[in-house]
Design a protein. Sequence first.
Length: 560
Amino acid sequence: MTRRPVRPASPGVLLALLALLAPRVAAAQWLELDVPARPTPATTEESADLVEAGRQIYETHCWTCHGEEGDGAGPIAETLWPRPRDFRIASFKLRTTPSGELPTDEDLFRTVTLGSPGTAMPAWGAVLNVAERWQVIAYVKSFGDGIFEDEAFDPYPLVIDLGRPPAESPVSLAEAGRQVFERSDCWECHGQLGRGDGPKADALTDDWNLPMRATDLELAWKFRGGSTPRDAYLRLTTGLDGTPMPSYAQTLTDEERWQVAYYVASLAGQTRADGAGPVVIRAERIEGALPSAPDDEAWAEAPTVWVPMTGQGTFPPRWQIPSVTDLAVQALYDADELVLRLRWDDRTADSVPGDPVRAEVEGWNAGETWPAVLPGGERRRGTYRDMLEVVFPSTLGGPVLPHFVYGDVRRSVDLWRWAAGGVADAAERPAEELRASGVEEPPSPLGADRQQTSARAAWVDGRWTVVLRRPLTPDVALRPGALVPVAFHVRDGAHGETGLRMAVSSWYFLHLREPVGVADVAWVLLAVLGAAAVELALVRVVLGRAQRGELRRYGLDAPS
């Protein structure tokens, strides 16, 4: 292979990665993809031509992650988590064959076409045509040192027959699956509620001794290989080679695997951020006391908006693999105060005060445009704290909003910041209010008279729930009837997120809805009646003119 100096990935590749990592409308399920017939070269020369065409595609699109030698060590690999796959050992996660066996060509086609959701592996179906996908697959197989050509390792006779699920209702299968999930200790990695926060989750590593995360089973859009019961059954049967996820073909019966598959699918069926939801967060006005506790029953009546989060990729140090990708937001208010309830999944509660010196250097002044996610596999527990920021424009008006990260010198933003603080989270304590005018420096606290926001938080079963409370003041135009731009930042301390290394949302709008009163209904009714009266009057005028023959020239005669 021709050697070249290592160069950074093109802006187009990096922007594609950021876009593909954001929550999005679900693509086709892995097993449901209609795979076209694979090419069958008739001669050695035709086979070599197929591989050569694939090499050119690989060196255009793939080597920056997977490396020139297919070893998973491309120039941007250390900024990705999980790390790109090493093709040389021919170990692939997504297969229709048993654990430890090669994938079929159709398996590889599905993965290249649909990508690997929740990772930096994008879907190439919209970029490469069918012939090009088969070509790059032929080249990827060539890294296996001839194992794909060895008849002794032919995967096709081993393709798993999926069969059919038991003839029971999905609800019954899911409940039985929950019990199998419990007694098979799946919760030790995936957590009691499937949020990836089990007691063993923090120590998981892959076959290359790199850190791994147990899948959050509530985030269906992140599932590698699809989230239907059929897809989940296949993963339970094959395992995910190279990862801590084993095959259960020998330890669970066929019926038990179907049951767990339906249970997993039931967890994944919850409403999450998919990029197609509303952009207006409705704050309903209520009478009586506003809820202050994260688990207050009053929140059940407040509408929820799921906000997609993606990595902060605009300003260095950029961050393309955020831990938090889905944020649930609710809002309520009364005559005096506004309360926001924000929830997101986080496998660990990082409440130990962070290292301010390290946070400053790594989060704001780091020279790397794309810093390493976990240098040397280091897990950063206790180094940084989990953190949430709610962002508003400092002033409203004009056609241009500030940048949703931290504004700029002409258009600043105000923040309400909550940082995890251990046992103190259970009680109400101040949240910090700050102002930012760009990313050159960290946000600065506002004056003591402006510190009006308080917070209560709880971390339970792999999920943070934070309630922010603030008086309705004119600082950010919070008033009944207002429609206020709002954005969100979330940091996962254990994931190495600090400063500009964080998950961010774009601008949403917080609407403090005013209750509809009797007068409002009366005005609407009067408007409807008035419009009807005008329309009736116009009809009478037209009919009168038609009867007098005044409209005959237009082809309109009086009705008989």
